[in-house]
Design a protein. Structure first.
Length: 714
């Protein structure tokens, strides 16, 4: 290879080649979020999971059929009771209305129905029925008994159901008789019900009053709370007093800080020394010595012992003067600092007191509202207690009211026809339930499935250009028409002669089992790749996938053959130095290949292979698997080789290893026009593909688009 082109020329070509490559901007695609399913998605799921739906329904339907066929017939009878008088001659109702201001019915129907089902009444009925029917008990009786109120009327309907027709008729009559006897003997009048209601409510109301009073007492003791206005005035008075103290201390602090600052300044030091008595005395002595020295200098020479003695004495005084000045200033500064610190401590204490008082002020509205609510609750509870006491007194005065019995307005009906004989309805419900459960299982499996199922799903979720969708290959192989028969029009009258001419050059051994749909998908893929950019031609591409087994090698091999039929000089390079497959697809010897070309000085023409019957398709197989494929693919020799191949062929296709966990493809992408990602339908893991796309985004790699592989027919 080194004998075929020079280092300088290759460097220039490499620079020109890289200038053609697109500079990746921020990648716009990302894995779609959300799991909302439209009706189209729902029906697509049903198509994919039809076997599961049918299987679950098939398992459940026999159970439903057997259950429907074995369902025993049941009979039902009913009667109706008027439980309240239609006229308004009850004075008790008027009394309760006057005292409680209510318009509700005097009878609690829900409670009355529970009473009619109570063991006290039911056991009496069962006791009378055990002679003819010894197997009857409370549980089965209550489960077969239905008591409802008809809307907002004063009528109660009672129904009884059983498999024995004669038993239903006897039991329903016994129930009607017992309920009428109950109404005559046990039912209380409206007045007695009113007294009972008042007696039941009085203890709880009294407890409520006592509880609120106790809570109010605890509240006052806990917060020292007497009255909201008094509490507010106390807080304001204390807050104003603290504010005045705070202002006084702030003024003192300002003066202390100014005093300390002035002492630390030059003017302050002079002012402080003017007040130092010892310092001033030393100043006077120094000035006296200076006068003596001046007088002696007029009479003696400078070397005279008298002058020298006076000067020595002056120096001693000056030393003492400086010491006194330093001592005086230290005393002054320490005094000022101590005063300032004392004032700051006092200021902090006042601040804490103000903070506590401010907290009380903030809590005051809450406490006031709580206090007001408790007072209002106590007032309401007290008024309610007084009202109930007055009501009870009035009801006791009117206790002589007459009692009103219930009326049987519809006697027990004949138990016919059977109420559970609709086998068709049961079968229909079983069918719908079986298919409903089957659909639920299918949706659950779909939810747990972490793959792509359709090309539209793939395009919407990864936000990448979908350049092509390759049909499911196994399905295509099951078709019995070889490609030449298809192209000749056997069973396909609409195939054009131009397509027949172009595809006849494709090797028979590779495409005999492929359908027209598969070949057209490859042609569309090639066309879309060429139309990706209008200002430059796609000359070299990487074909890879997120995971192993997604069909990248098959797509690369067939795309290379389709590009050859378009009249291009195509080179297919098997850059998968870990698990190569191109030599198997092309039926070529893999003794020499790309790994030898990079690691040795082997010339390029010795590893170029020609596919039989396709003179314009060249192949470089992977060669022997090296110990470190990444090292070979990242070498400078590989970069120079890719640049040379880019300029020597119309289209260079690299079959690279999968992206997850491997860096091989990422090393090659920057030296090509971009990468095509092969995604296998119903296999590629969405999370793995998302991780791969995120890694490519971080590396700013140019992704040309995605290819949906093995798309099953809908």
């Amino acid at each position: 290879m080194g004998n075929n082109f020079s280092q300088a020329s290759n460097s220039a070509r490499d620079r020109n080649f890289h200038s053609e490559l697109p500079k990746s901007e921020s990648l716009p695609w990302s894995e779609g979020q959300g799991d909302d399913w439209s009706f189209r998605d729902f029906f697509g799921i049903l198509r994919r999971r039809a076997l599961i739906v049918v299987g679950v329904a098939s398992l459940l339907m026999p159970i439903s059929v057997i259950s429907s066929l074995n369902q025993k017939k049941e009979y039902e009878s009913s009667f109706r009771l008027l439980v309240e008088a239609l006229n308004d001659d009850s004075k008790a109702l008027d009394i309760i209305k006057d005292n409680q201001n209510t318009t509700k019915s005097s009878l609690d129907y829900e409670s009355q129905i529970q009473v009619l089902k109570s063991p006290q009444l039911v056991r009496n009925i069962i006791k009378q029925l055990q002679s003819p029917y010894g197997d009857i008990d409370y549980t089965t009786f209550v489960n077969s008994l239905t008591i409802i109120r008809l809307g907002e009327t004063k009528i109660i309907e009672v129904r009884y159901r059983d498999q024995n027709r004669e038993k239903v008729q006897i039991v329903i009559k016994q129930i009607a008789n017992n309920y009428l006897e109950y109404s005559l003997e046990k039912r209380q009048t409206n007045l007695r019900q009113g007294i009972k209601f008042v007696d039941e409510q009085l203890p709880s109301i009294q407890q409520r009053v006592d509880r609120i009073q106790k809570d109010l007492q605890i509240f006052r003791q806990k917060y020292d709370f007497v009255d909201p206005e008094t509490q507010k005035q106390q807080i304001n008075t204390q807050f104003n007093a603290l504010s005045e103290q705070r202002l006084g201390i702030d003024r003192q602090l300002a003066q202390a800080r100014n005093n300390l600052d002035s002492l630390q300044g030059q003017n302050g030091e002079l002012a402080a020394l003017n007040d130092a008595a010892i310092y001033q005395q030393l100043i006077v002595q120094v000035r006296q010595l200076e006068a003596q020295i001046a007088e002696a200098e007029t009479r003696f020479q400078a070397e005279n012992p008298t002058i020298q003695a006076l000067k020595a004495e002056k120096d001693n005084l000056l030393f003492l003067l400086r010491q006194e000045a330093q001592r005086s200033m230290n005393v002054k500064v320490a005094t000022a600092a101590t005063q300032l610190q004392s004032l700051e401590v006092g200021n902090q204490e006042l601040a804490k007191a103000e903070q506590k008082l401010e907290q009380k002020r903030k809590e005051l509205p809450v406490l006031t509202r709580k206090y007001t609510e408790m007072q209002r609750g106590l007032q309401v509870a007290t008024e309610s207690l007084n009202r109930f006491l007055a009501t009870r007194e009035n009801l006791q005065i009117q206790i002589a009211q007459t009692e009103l019995p219930w009326q049987l307005i519809q006697p027990p009906s004949k138990p016919e026809p059977p109420v559970s004989s609709d086998a068709k309805r049961s079968l229909l419900m079983g069918l719908l339930g079986s298919f409903g459960l089957g659909i639920g299982v299918a949706l659950l499996i779909e939810k747990l499935d972490n793959t792509y199922h359709t090309a539209l799903d793939l395009k919407e979720r990864i936000k990448l250009p979908l350049l092509g969708t390759i049909p499911f290959e196994k399905q295509l192989q099951e078709q019995n028409y070889p490609i030449k028969q298809k192209l000749l029009g056997v069973g396909l009258p609409n195939v054009s002669n131009q397509l027949i001419t172009e595809l006849e050059v494709i090797p028979q051994q590779n495409y005999d089992s492929y359908s027209i749909k598969f070949i057209e998908a490859l042609r569309v893929l090639y066309t879309n790749i060429q139309l990706l950019s209008c200002d430059r031609t796609i000359r070299s591409i990487i074909i890879s996938s997120a995971m192993a087994g997604d069909g990248k090698s098959t797509v690369a091999f067939n795309l290379a053959q389709i590009a050859t039929t378009m009249g291009l000089r195509v080179l297919l390079v098997d850059a998968d130095l870990r698990n190569p497959k191109i030599h198997k697809l092309a039926n070529l010897n893999n003794s020499w290949g790309l790994s030898n070309l990079i690691s040795t000085n082997l010339p390029l023409h010795e590893v170029l292979r020609q596919v039989p019957s396709m003179q314009q398709l060249s192949v470089i197989t992977s060669g022997p698997i090296p110990p470190d494929p990444t090292k070979l693919l990242s070498s400078e020799k590989m970069k120079l080789l890719m640049s040379e191949l880019h300029n020597s062929f119309d289209l260079v296709i690299y079959d690279a290893p999968e992206l997850v966990g491997l860096a091989d493809a990422s090393l090659l992408i920057p030296h090509t026009n971009g990468i095509l990602l092969v995604v296998r339908m119903d296999k590629t893991d969405t999370s793995v593909l998302k991780r791969v796309l995120d890694n490519l985004k971080v590396s700013r790699m140019n992704i040309l688009g995605a290819i949906g592989n093995a798309q099953k027919s809908n």
